[in-house]
Design a binder for this molecule. Structure first.
Ligand SMILES: [Cu+2]
Length: 317
């Protein structure tokens, strides 16, 4: 009995803690967080991932706002249904009233929903506009969906020549890298990839998205980004990640048998680290990743000792 209770309580507690941690991370972002973030799905999490961009913070706010509207409506309808069931069933109320019109109520149940919809539409359209209109970008990365991997290309003249494909690490690859010194936490299963997209923090990154075979979808939950990758078309989106860290997303359009195995990894680094990486990556991405691992280790020696930047280091070997 006791054991069963614990089993039930445990997932609930984890959901609650997930939500709390999510909230705390959002607050930390607004302040001066120096701890590198890693945004990824958590077991038993129910809320949205912690926001790493302004757009995602707005999505959080909009989601909470609509919740404040939905919950009272559901509660009201449930209470009204309860009253009808108890007071107006055939046994309790054998001779029903023959009322069929009430002008006041009819006006109210037409006007109130309209006002509620307008109240939802205004912040909703504002948010859609913010997501869709790409501000002047500091950097452009083109992501191409393949069955089943992502290809990345830095299309600005300043970064000409940087391109690589990014495949999910298989269980064997993970085991090899962990044996070679990378921490398990730095290689989340089904999310870690062999090559990360590297971008600078606090800079506007335009992402151009396309595909060569079927429709994929480029999605990064912590950034509030999701855009279809369609063969023959070039879609656009953008993000400005506020804090260095590693962020995980996935293809979000059913695209074939390995749809679940084409993760997206974006490593957000400081300006100086990005400049050094980009310079080296024009010649050789492996060398650039090795250099970046060294820079991250220098900046945060403790994290490096724990193998947090391990994926880069080991990948570069
Ligand atoms: Cu896909």
């Amino acid at each position: 009995m006791e054991r069963e209770r614990i089993k039930v309580i445990n997932p609930l507690k984890r959901i609650w803690e997930g939500a709390r941690i999510g909230g705390a991370a959002t607050v930390a972002l607004a302040g001066t967080a120096t701890v590198a973030l890693a945004a990824e799905p958590e077991p038993w999490a129910v809320n949205l991932q912690p926001a790493a961009t302004d757009v995602m913070s707005d999505i959080h706010a909009f989601s909470n706002f609509t919740l404040w509207i939905i919950v009272p409506i559901v509660a009201l309808v449930t209470i009204l249904l309860g009253i009808v069931i108890v007071r107006f069933n055939a046994r309790a109320n054998p001779t029903p009233s023959r009322t069929s019109h009430n002008t006041l109520i009819e006006v109210l149940w037409t006007v109130l929903p309209i006002l509620i919809l307008v109240a939802i539409a205004i912040p909703s359209f504002r948010l859609l506009y913010k997501e869709l209109v790409v501000p002047p970008a500091d950097l452009t990365v083109k992501a191409t969906g393949y069955q089943w991997a992502w290809g990345y290309e830095y299309t600005d003249d300043a970064y000409a020549g940087i391109s690589f494909d990014s495949y999910m690490l298989s269980d064997e690859d993970r085991a090899k890298r962990i044996a070679a010194g990378a921490s398990e936490a730095s290689l989340p299963r089904l999310l870690a990839a062999d090559y990360d997209v590297v971008v600078p923090a606090g800079k506007i990154v335009r992402v151009q998205v396309t595909s060569t075979d079927v429709i994929h979808s480029f999605a990064m939950p912590a950034f509030g980004v999701k855009v279809d990758a369609i063969p023959g078309r070039l879609n656009e989106t953008w993000f400005k990640a506020e804090e260095p860290g590693v962020y995980y997303g996935q293809c979000s359009e059913l695209c074939g048998k390995d749809h679940a195995f084409m993760p997206i990894v974006i490593r957000v680094v400081t300006d100086e680290q990005f400049a050094a990486w980009a310079d080296a990556a024009k010649e050789d991405v492996d060398e650039a990743n090795k250099l970046l691992a060294g820079l991250i280790a220098k900046q945060r020696p403790l994290a490096a000792r724990d193998g947090e930047a391990g994926n880069l280091e080991v990948a570069a070997r």
